[in-house]
Ligand binder design. Structure first.
Ligand SMILES: NC(=O)c1ccc[n+]([C@@H]2O[C@H](COP(=O)([O-])OP(=O)(O)OC[C@H]3O[C@@H](n4cnc5c(N)ncnc54)[C@H](OP(=O)(O)O)[C@@H]3O)[C@@H](O)[C@H]2O)c1
Length: 276
């Protein structure tokens, strides 16, 4: 039986754009009340008014996910504003492209603080409250297909995403006796602000267009597609959410045959360099 989502409450980080904003709308359409977090107030207010437009309720907790105590504040907001907590989606994150040899310690620390430590903090805080409520619940984290394999220039980002995915896998087993389900979400290239942010942080300026120019159009997905998959998972919990069977299969092949993966990636890197 699918789970009924009407009047359930979810906390979503990184909800001011992209996958987080689309998930907020999709959850609201399914009848859920949402607590939304990000740093940009104006964008969050727009998302909240979209949520209200479809007949649901939204509460905002503005701030950086790395602020001490912010996970607790988001969960307090869910319980105080809406009387309960049922799910969290730790989605806030970013990436940049840099060769591993050039990664500075501060850059590495910052990306781990946002993508990994803050996401784990939210899941831990939510797990403690859900255990206390004794009603079960669902914890989700936005990882990536790049949790399962990596690409040149993406070592730092992939490392954070792989780390997220392992924490989810272990927590899922640990929390199963409490009826708390844990899922990791593994989007492929999704048309969001992610690539503009990445270009800026990688020293590539603020070029227009939301995805890298060489990405085939057929490969690029919409944030709404990821959001629908997340809501499907909230209804019927599953360990991992994927929106591309092909990429999931490629990830499997790359894991089993790492020399073959290296060969393909070296060829791609050569092509990229020639194209530069
Ligand atoms: N786009 C893709 O191709 C892709 C593929 C796989 C996985 N993902 C993952 O999907 C998740 C969402 O990314 P997206 O594609 O939707 O990109 P996006 O449109 O850039 O959204 C990122 C969100 O995270 C928020 N955020 C970033 N740093 C934050 C911080 N320190 N504190 C609070 N909020 C923060 C941003 O809001 P503010 O700037 O307002 O704070 C924004 O709402 C990320 O975890 C990303 O790694 C994306």
């Amino acid at each position: 039986m699918p789970r009924e989502l009407g009047d359930k409450v979810i906390v979503i980080t990184g909800a001011s754009s992209g996958i987080g904003a689309a998930t907020a709308f999709e959850c609201a359409r399914a009848g859920m009340k949402v607590v939304l977090n990000a740093r940009r107030l104006e964008q969050l207010q727009e998302v909240a008014s979209g949520v209200r437009h479809v007949g649901s309720e939204a509460h905002l907790v503005v701030g950086d996910v790395t602020e001490p105590g912010i996970s607790g504040r988001m969960i307090d907001a869910a319980q105080e504003q809406f009387g309960r907590l049922d799910a969290v989606f730790a989605n806030a994150g970013y990436g940049y492209q840099r060769a591993a040899v050039d990664l500075g310690r501060d850059d590495l620390r910052r990306i781990f603080d946002v993508n990994f430590f803050a996401a784990v903090d939210l899941l831990q805080e939510a797990a403690r409250r859900l255990i206390a409520q004794n009603r079960g619940g669902h914890l989700l984290m936005c990882s990536s297909c790049l949790a399962k394999f990596t690409l040149p220039q993406n070592s730092a980002y992939s490392a954070t995403k792989a780390a997220q995915s392992h924490v989810c896998a272990a927590m899922r087993i640990e929390l199963a006796p409490r009826a708390i389900y844990v899922s990791s979400v593994h989007p492929v290239t999704t048309a969001t602000e992610f690539f503009e942010v990445s270009r800026r942080l990688s020293g590539g300026g603020t070029a227009q267009g939301s995805v890298p120019g060489h990405t085939p159009k057929w490969f690029v997905q919409s944030p709404q597609r990821v959001a629908r998959a997340v809501v499907k998972c909230l209804r019927r919990p599953r360990p991992e959410v994927w929106t591309s069977f092909t990429v999931r299969a490629v990830a499997g092949v790359m894991t089993v045959f790492p020399s073959f993966a290296d060969l393909i990636l070296r060829q791609a890197q050569k092509k990229d360099r020639k194209g530069m």
